[in-house]
Design a binder for this molecule. Sequence first.
Ligand SMILES: [Fe+2]
Length: 318
Amino acid sequence: MALNSLLDIELTVPDPNSLTDFWVRRGMLETSAGVLGTEDREVQLRTVEGDYRHMSELHLGCEAEKDLADIAQRLTGLGVESEILDTRLTCIDPVFCHRVVIDVTAAHPLTPTQARAHNPPGQQNRVNSRAEAVVEENPRPPRRLGHFVMGTPNFKEATKFFVEGLGFKISDQILKGVATFARVEQDHHNLLIHPGPTSYLNHYAMEMDDVDAIGKAGAAVLAERDDASIVGVGRHVLGSNMFWYMLDPQGNMFEFFSDIDQIIDDEAWDRDFGRRDWEGSDGPAGFSVWGPKEPEVFFNPTDIEIIAAGREAAGLPN
Ligand SMILES: [Fe+2]
């Protein structure tokens, strides 16, 4: 009985139409004005207009009405006000200041990926035909919003709100707990909180079918804008996901990812692996097992001062 889904996020940007159109070109559906989804999940990203780019709403699902009451009680303990109307809880995140909306909702599984035939050594799974990634007409579209990553100087308070208040489960913590990977689903992370110069959305991540889907979708983005790539392709250490990080037309970093770790048994999950950088001598877990390392700009976006100024103008804390 708990949170069970990351449903959608609202992205506020100066030109929401350009962002909506960008994702439609990637194969997502504009299911209503400014709302992006897929056939499986009609609402995943919502775009609205505002002065500076930020995540303005986080929409989560939980299993039962009792969960809402439990969350409200925990939030009260942290000094955060919330309101429950029917089967919906709303509150304002005390650090990032976006709205949080939690609905009681049934699980909403994805249609399983249509696997492509591969020919590993010693196996002939695809004979007398070319690879599907070569002959398919269009790149496969994103499947779902998988996670979002937030940077903030107030990372301890933010972590407390998400974990102790809302009930996110910790999957890995690194750097003596400074950065926290947490989940509400079975993905290794639906959220990462890390230190940052101001409170901001570091990236949002769209799940893709496989590495070919990542590569082809990323190549199509590059064909539109040759400086869109931030880092990739590679495979992360924590979460194990393959990644390609890029910029959307409104300056948000996003990630195409695939093959992320699935945690269905807390007891079976080895969190010591993530702790080794602060309890052992193996050094930090690191950004990737293969592929490029993160550039300086990864945790210091070039528009961070615009975001900080936008927050100040809106009367929000740093
Ligand atoms: Fe990510």
